[in-house]
Design a protein around this ligand. Structure first.
Ligand SMILES: [Zn+2]
Ligand SMILES: [Zn+2]
Ligand SMILES: [Zn+2]
Length: 136
């Protein structure tokens, strides 16, 4: 029912968009444009880039900056309305499997900003060893 999910977000379900969504749902780890390009060959990079940007705008995915400053994309939670507070969750970057995952249930504490500063995006990435790699 991938096409239904896209239509719900007012996205016309093309073959490429469906494949991209499928990729996001099959693997919870955040993916970069390069990784997506590798996995979805031979779909061209520009198309994938546009798809990611559109998914981001429509609230299907959100951007995550991993430890190296590379932008990756991760699926939004079902209830996500892509507001600032919806995206205030921690991301975890594993040094062993190199995966960056959303910890949707771990909230970033609201930070008090000086008068006149309007927050729009926050990015907390915790580095370490993930639960699958630690075996704990
Ligand atoms: Zn979102
Ligand atoms: Zn790991
Ligand atoms: Zn996330």
């Amino acid at each position: 029912m991938l096409d239904v999910e896209l239509v719900k977000k007012e996205i016309r379900p093309t073959a490429v968009r469906l494949r991209v969504l499928e990729q996001f749902q099959s693997d919870p780890a955040a993916v970069s444009l390069n990784e997506l390009e590798e996995r979805l060959q031979p779909v061209d990079r520009t198309t994938l880039f546009r798809t990611l940007k559109m998914f981001e705008k429509k609230g299907v995915v959100h951007a995550v900056h991993d430890e190296n400053g590379i932008i990756k994309y991760a699926l939004c939670a079902d209830s996500c309305r892509c507001s600032y507070s919806d995206h205030l969750h921690v991301h975890f970057s594993c040094k062993r499997c190199k995966k960056t995952t959303c910890l949707h249930d771990v909230q970033i504490p609201e930070v008090m900003l000086p008068q006149g500063y309007v927050p729009q995006d926050a990015n907390v990435v915790i580095k370490g060893v993930c639960n699958l790699c630690s075996g704990l």
